[in-house]
Design a protein around this ligand. Structure first.
Ligand SMILES: *[C@@H]1O[C@H](CO)[C@@H](O)[C@H](O)[C@H]1NC(C)=O
Ligand SMILES: *[C@@H]1O[C@H](CO)[C@@H](O)[C@H](O)[C@H]1NC(C)=O
Ligand SMILES: *[C@@H]1O[C@H](CO)[C@@H](O)[C@H](O)[C@H]1NC(C)=O
Ligand SMILES: *[C@@H]1O[C@H](CO)[C@@H](O)[C@H](O)[C@H]1NC(C)=O
Length: 394
């Protein structure tokens, strides 16, 4: 570890400046995770099934168990289901590992959230907009009271008051945290589209969804967040679930290079474009905060364009476990694949650990964070002598 409890604050500063010096010397050379480690001590996460590491499982236990609480979920890294919607680690897990931090524990966990420091509020099935929005439009709610505003409420009204009562404690936490707001918003469209709501009506949700994400970002800044990473939507037109549900006999509905559905990818890009524009505005209003857009769409598009190049020998569009996911695919009787890392798609809707790891690497070490996450490091000097809380093993 770069900072051990036995070294003095002066030593920390020297190490810090040395790392800054090193990173300035190697600006365009391959990046070292150590400079990032010097920046962020904690990760605070919000989101949906792309980031849920077990909240839904504890918050709303289900009998019979939900799909993600059964094997083969979790088979690859954890060797048992953890509540994650994949065979292994998610993007947030890889971000933590790239930053040399422990995996981010879910807020709702067996230990009843007896944890300070890094925390993950993401819930599978969560939407960006509140339940009332969907109820008034006749779209069924998957998980009540888990939307982005509910998650922010847990952070503000449960987590902070329990663990960070003093303003100094709070500021120390938020100064040294990377706050990951999403991916969120995907379900606001998924649930409506997959339930049969017309794409024109769902298109009118986009400004509302982006508004919900933006107002959460603003509120987190008000609370003291210094570095926020806000992901956009994935290319949903490449999702096996959508490809199955919105199959078309018209060839020109598909991208000839990827086989993905154009209208759905255009939908995701419209969301992303609007989100980026809002984030730019918030950045201008808050010059002392770093707001990083995480380009999940293009980070993922690389392997949809060239699956073989990234080791996905079975292509990018078929699911490893077609009978696993929340929606039925065309071939529900198909067997689970033997080698998930040969597949991009895990269960129709969610991706494999291998795909998530490539996206995360593209964010942290590549050019898919805007501004590049490493360039934001030098802006934040937090109090390094502040005690690090004990970590829980996952
Ligand atoms: C966790 O909290 C819930 C509600 O606050 C309580 O009912 C339950 O007994 C607690 N579980 C443990 C293991 O402490
Ligand atoms: C969600 O919250 C509302 C309002 O507090 C409550 O009436 C409802 O029972 C909650 N639903 C669930 C599933 O907890
Ligand atoms: C096929 O789709 C294209 C664009 O998606 C559209 O312009 C064209 O009219 C469609 N053709 C038919 C026969 O529906
Ligand atoms: C940094 O944290 C330490 C330990 O809590 C505290 O004693 C010190 O006053 C803090 N320094 C600043 C500049 O806030």
């Amino acid at each position: 570890m770069a900072s051990s409890s036995s070294s003095s604050p002066t030593n920390h500063l020297i190490i810090y400046f040395f790392l800054l010096f090193l990173s300035s010397q190697t600006k365009h050379a391959s990046s070292s995770p150590w400079s990032l480690y010097a920046c962020y001590r904690y990760i605070i996460g919000f989101g949906d099934s792309l980031a849920d590491a077990g909240n839904l499982h504890i918050l709303y236990p289900s009998n019979p168990p939900r799909f993600m609480d059964l094997p083969p979920y979790g088979e690859t890294f954890f060797h048992h289901p953890t509540g994650r919607c994949s065979n292994g680690r998610l993007i947030i897990d890889f971000i933590a590992q790239y930053l040399n931090l422990p995996l981010v524990p879910p807020f709702y966990n067996e230990k009843n959230s007896s944890v300070k420091g890094s925390v993950n509020f993401a819930v599978a099935g969560a939407s960006a907009l509140p339940d009332s929005f969907f109820l008034s439009r006749g779209v069924a709610i998957r998980q009540a009271n888990t939307s982005l505003s509910d998650q922010l409420g847990w952070f503000k009204n449960k987590y902070l008051p329990k663990f960070y009562q003093s303003p100094e404690d709070r500021q120390n936490l938020l100064d040294s945290s990377l706050v990951l707001v999403g991916e969120i918003g995907g379900n606001d469209y998924n649930h409506a589209l997959l339930d049969g709501t017309s794409k024109d009506l769902v298109g009118t949700f986009i400004p509302e969804v982006v508004g919900a994400i933006s107002s959460t970002v603003k509120e987190l800044i008000q609370l003291g967040a210094k570095t926020l990473m806000v992901p956009g939507n994935l290319p949903i037109g490449c999702s096996a679930t959508y490809l199955s549900q919105f199959k078309s006999s018209n060839k020109s509905d598909y991208n000839p290079k990827t086989g993905c559905l154009n209208w759905l990818n255009e939908f995701a890009q419209t969301h992303n474009k609007l989100l980026r524009a809002q984030l730019d505005l918030i950045q201008k209003e808050n010059p002392h905060t770093d707001i990083i857009y995480a380009d999940y769409y293009n980070a993922a598009m690389r392997f949809f364009l060239s699956p073989q190049k990234y080791g996905f020998s079975k292509g990018a569009l078929t699911a490893c476990c077609p009978k696993c996911g929340p929606y039925k695919l065309d071939n529900p009787d198909a067997k689970t694949c033997d080698v998930p890392s040969q597949y991009v798609n895990w269960d129709g809707l969610h991706l494999t650990e291998a795909a998530y790891s490539i996206i995360a690497k593209g964010l942290i070490k590549g050019s898919y964070t805007i501004p590049q996450i490493e360039t934001t490091c030098a802006n934040h000097m937090f109090n390094r002598s502040y005690p690090t809380p004990p970590r829980i093993a996952l």
